[in-house]
Design a protein around this ligand. Structure first.
Ligand code: PEP
Ligand code: MG
Length: 556
């Protein structure tokens, strides 16, 4: 044990590290979810004369599972968004898949087995095929099959008159906000937790691209995955402090640690409270879907600082039409009633794999066909998005952010493509700015800001590329640490260039909402951050405390 670990143990704390999959900080007692016996599948022989009855049971279970999913789809549409509900549409398609029905019927006839055993055998084969593929996205999709299997088995159990449910929505609901701890969560389980009683998710398995991660982000629930042996390290009722942005978990945090997070301890209801705006310091909201704009308004965001439009595509697993995009962008602009909306052009590729574009596999996607490069290579994608944005701008001002730009030439080429695509559209006010997240762009910030209307520092990727450290890799997450001179010099360099040219620059990486960094960001010239809606209050409280710092500087 290192001296540091010993010190932490003495303080009664235990620190664990996982992969951050959904931003935000949460604190609460652990609620351990064990896989119940829902996976047990009765297998028995049936006589030839029983075949018609087994086939009827099979059809009935599939039909009931599809009806149950209709209910889930309706709830998710209301509680999260239509886009997230599509995850369950996909499950419904598996349930109603003719191949599943025909193959299971064939097994009942040929092997003379009961309906549930036949059905599970077919689903297991589907799942095994997905898991064999060397593709993280498809591996994550295999968990959908697991969930479909549990739903269908539940229908068989209900038909047999068993009351037990494998799904947490029917379990006793605790009245304090808890951190749900599980080996793995399936999408249906994640949405069945009451968002008001669930402060965070902590799991052993599940990648950042998993549906659970997408849903957790959609529900604004901080989440971490990839922590080994959770059940040996966490006991029911242990208090957990979970940072879904850095992947850090503190078990039974000591009082001095909790004091670093002034809004915690009352997480849950308080997570949905905000703080009044701070004069001279703007706090905007980061959103991942149009539905999130409502929460941004509830949190009194002074605008949207980053709308990650690529998630609208990723959640639907396809390129949305111009009309579909227009509806979403217009919804956000209308919701913000004239406040600025910074809408980022689809930042696909890298960790945000765009399977639906059918691109060749890359050895090193973080440095590959992504962001600005991908947009230049997919002019039809860019053109449709540009037209949808131009049409939405008729309802209120839009700031377009160009992702992963490396220099001013690349930005100018993209902007020219954007402008030529929107000719003839009666657009409103549109400004064009650059994401500062590639070190080369920061080094040449002045050249870029000379031609761009504004800048937005993407510190999540900037840290990754500046220090050559993967933001999604648990093995190197200790090194994912911005608090080093190279980072602060870079921030200072960009803000100085912006000040000199009189161009606005904000920071939209998640560190903008973190109390340990915000005062230092302010000291390095940042006067506007954009953070997850639930972190707006925390960012404002911290900025207010740090206000003395920048007011003094402003007077000089
Ligand atoms: C960033 O890179 O800091 C950022 C805000 O964008 P994303 O996290 O979507 O890459
Ligand atoms: Mg980025």
């Amino acid at each position: 044990m290192t001296a540091k670990e010993q010190e932490q143990n003495q303080a009664g704390e235990q620190r664990l590290k996982g992969i951050p999959v959904s931003d935000g900080i949460a604190c609460g007692p652990a609620r351990l979810i064990f896989r119940d016996s829902g996976e047990y599948v009765a297998r028995y022989s049936v006589g030839k004369e029983d075949i018609p009855q087994e086939i009827t049971r099979l059809r009935r279970a599939l039909q009931l599972a599809a009806e149950m999913l209709d209910g889930v789809i309706e709830t998710v549409e209301k509680r999260i968004s239509r886009a997230h509900a599509n995850i369950f549409q996909a499950q419904k398609m598996i349930v109603l898949d003719e191949t599943l029905l025909h193959q299971a019927e064939a097994l009942i006839r040929s092997k003379l087995v009961n309906a549930e055993a036949a059905c599970v055998e077919v689903l297991d084969a589907f799942e095994a095929r997905l898991l064999e593929v060397d593709d993280d996205y498809l591996k994550d999709r295999a968990s959908d099959i697991g969930e479909v299997r549990r739903r269908i088995l539940e229908m068989f159990r209900r038909e047999r008159g068993e009351k037990e449910s494998a799904f947490p929505d029917t379990q006793e609901v605790p009245d304090t906000p808890c951190i749900v701890v599980a080996e793995e969560l399936l999408p249906g389980e994640a949405v069945s937790f009451n968002a008001m009683n669930t402060a965070g998710f902590l799991t052993e398995r599940g990648g950042a691209a998993s549906h659970v991660a997408i849903l957790a982000r959609g529900m604004g629930i901080p989440a971490i995955s990839g922590v080994k042996s959770l059940f040996q390290r966490i006991k029911p009722g242990d208090r957990l402090l979970l940072n879904g942005t850095t992947g850090e978990i503190i078990v039974n945090p000591a009082r001095p640690t909790l004091n670093l997070y002034p809004n915690l301890g009352r997480v849950g209801t308080v997570r949905l409270q905000t703080a009044p705006p701070v004069q001279g310091f703007q706090v905007l909201a980061n959103i991942n879907s149009s539905a999130d704009a409502k929460l941004a308004r509830q949190m009194d965001a002074e605008g949207i600082g980053l709308y990650r439009t690529e998630f609208e595509f990723i959640v639907n697993d396809r390129i949305l039409t111009e009309e579909e995009q227009y509806e979403r962008y217009a919804e956000v602009v209308k919701e913000m009633e004239g406040r600025p909306v910074h809408l980022r052009l689809a930042d696909l590729g890298g960790d945000k794999a765009a399977r639906f574009l059918n691109l060749p596999r890359e050895e090193n996607p973080a440095l590959g066909y992504r962001g600005a490069r991908l947009l230049l290579g997919q002019p039809a994608l860019l053109a449709a998005q540009a037209r949808a944005i131009a049409r939405a701008s008729a309802h209120g001002p839009i700031h377009v952010i160009y992702p992963m730009v490396v220099d001013e030439q690349q930005f100018l080429r993209l902007r020219a493509l954007f402008m030529s695509s929107i000719m003839g559209i009666p657009a409103g006010e549109i400004r064009h700015g650059v994401m500062f997240e590639v070190p080369a762009a920061c080094v040449c910030a002045k050249n870029i800001l000379n031609v761009a209307d504004f800048g937005s520092i993407g510190s999540n990727d900037l840290v990754q590329y500046l220090f050559a450290v993967d933001r999604d890799n648990g093995l190197v997450s200790k090194d994912y640490d911005p608090d080093r001179p190279a980072f602060w010099n870079t921030i200072g360099h960009v803000t100085a260039a912006a000040k000199e040219l009189g161009k606005p620059v904000s920071l939209c990486g998640e560190m903008g909402g973190q109390p340990q960094y915000l005062p230092k960001l302010i000291a390095h010239g940042i006067r506007c951050v954009s953070v997850s809606p639930r972190l707006i209050g925390l960012a404002r409280i911290t900025a207010k405390r740090g206000a003395a710092l920048f007011q003094k500087e402003e007077r000089n």
